[in-house]
Design a protein around this ligand. Structure first.
Ligand code: HGY
Ligand code: MN
Ligand code: MN
Length: 416
């Protein structure tokens, strides 16, 4: 397959302008973004992306989970398209680049192809996957998971946010519920560009991460039930304190992760005590454990150990406990052919690169189950992400998108 000319590069300034324009939608309070899925800000960002794709000559498809598919025709309309994309939704205190770089990097490829009048045999489709973050509606990567056949669509529609609103109702409310059956689309390949969200590339001085694998994940929602009581007048030996139980399990999660080094992480990101009043001993605590490892056996051992060792902790406090898995995917091995296309592109373009295991989950982790898939990563400052201070350089953004451009266009087979 012909590769794009070695000097062919995207328009980095235009990409950066688009990133900054999108960042104006759903601003955070500290320079980042709060464009959570299925909010009005999400809808506004979708409209901007739609406008840009139409201006680039694309047609836009929309499926019943709100996944967006901007299609640039190939010379063979029957050839399976090469898909490229990520997500536009953000964490509540998210950065400007997590997910967005992968969607707008895909758009930049189409814009550059238009500039250079590049034709490919396979169509190319830029994708925005709904609810990658899983922060408002668990689990993460929900819509790409339905697309890959991992979740039932009705179950996904019933997922509730903290206010009791359902995914299905909110998708309809913002007007982005399409007609296409989710998962009907077949792909020649899928590529995703994403910031690393970790410190390795920057520390190693590498411009590109060639992602060979992705960590697996368990999200376990724990509910502890004790008894609300007065913090002043209740003797210590009469308390049934769900908040104390949560604290001890948070410590247990950390201990399990530390005792499974290297290659394991564990934390609680979301935790709530009820009634959350200054002078009431919490009678209820609800929190989500996030365990991850690239090693399947280790990941499952951590989950099993938590489920066993949490019991005596809870019993000693007189609490009752329920543990519900609310998110899970096994460690991922990406497609060797697509990974090689990424590595060769970085090589051809002269960008420093290294193989990498993705610490974070991505839509590519699910799409890898239904199509040959690979990821390209660029560094981020101090490895920081899921923080409004998330930052990358225009050079890193351009280098990652250049590599994505070459891998995508080469896989889509240049014509003429
Ligand atoms: O949780 C994750 O790894 C992703 O950022 N949603
Ligand atoms: Mn992401
Ligand atoms: Mn994220």
């Amino acid at each position: 397959m012909a590769a794009p000319g070695e000097n062919l590069k995207i328009n980095g300034a235009r990409l950066w302008d688009s990133l900054m324009e999108m960042a104006k939608i759903g601003p955070g309070v500290a320079g980042g973004n709060n464009r959570q899925t299925l909010t009005d800000f999400d809808s506004e960002g979708r409209h901007l992306f739609l406008d840009w794709c139409q201006a680039a000559g694309c047609t836009m498809g929309l499926d019943q989970m709100g996944n967006m598919f901007a299609r640039r025709e190939g010379t063979d309309p029957d050839a399976l398209p090469v898909y490229v994309g990520s997500h536009l939704d953000t964490q509540p205190t998210g950065g400007k680049y997590d997910g967005v770089l992968g969607v707008l990097g895909g758009l930049e490829i189409l814009r550059t192809m238009n500039d250079l009048d590049i034709k490919t045999k396979h169509p190319i489709v830029v994708t925005n996957w709904t609810n990658e973050e899983g922060t408002r509606f668990a689990p993460a990567m929900l819509a790409s998971g339905v697309f890959a056949g991992m979740y039932d669509q009705g179950w996904a529609y019933d997922r509730k946010d903290a206010d009791g609103k359902t995914f299905g109702d909110e998708l309809a409310r913002i007007g982005w519920k399409g007609d296409e059956t989710v998962g009907d689309r077949k792909m020649h390949a899928f590529f995703e560009l994403h910031i690393e969200q970790g410190p390795i590339l920057e520390a190693e001085g590498k411009q590109i991460g060639v992602v060979t694998h992705g960590q697996g994940l368990w999200w376990l929602e724990v509910t502890l039930i004790g008894k609300d009581a007065h913090t002043g007048s209740t003797p210590m030996n009469m308390r049934v304190n769900a908040g104390l139980g949560m604290a001890r399990i948070i410590e247990l999660v950390h201990t399990i992760a530390m005792e499974n080094q290297p290659g394991a992480v564990g934390a609680i990101g979301q935790c709530n005590v009820y009634p959350n009043s200054r002078n009431v001993i919490p009678g209820k605590a609800v929190f989500t454990i996030d365990f991850r490892s690239p090693d399947q056996a280790k990941l499952d051992r951590m989950k099993a150990r938590l489920e066993v060792e949490a019991v005596p902790i809870i019993e000693a406090l007189g609490l009752t406990m329920a543990i519900e898995p609310v998110g899970h995917f096994d460690p991922v091995t990406f497609d060797e052919g697509c990974v090689t296309a990424v590595r060769n592109a970085a090589e051809r373009l002269g960008y420093s690169h290294m193989d990498l295991i993705s610490g974070a989950g991505h839509d590519a982790c699910w799409i890898n189950r239904v199509a040959p898939t690979a990821m390209v990563m660029c560094p981020c400052v101090d490895g920081l992400s899921h923080n409004e201070a998330e930052e990358i350089s225009p050079e890193w953004a351009a280098a990652g998108t250049d590599v994505l451009f070459h891998a995508v266009v080469e896989t889509a087979e240049i014509v003429g």
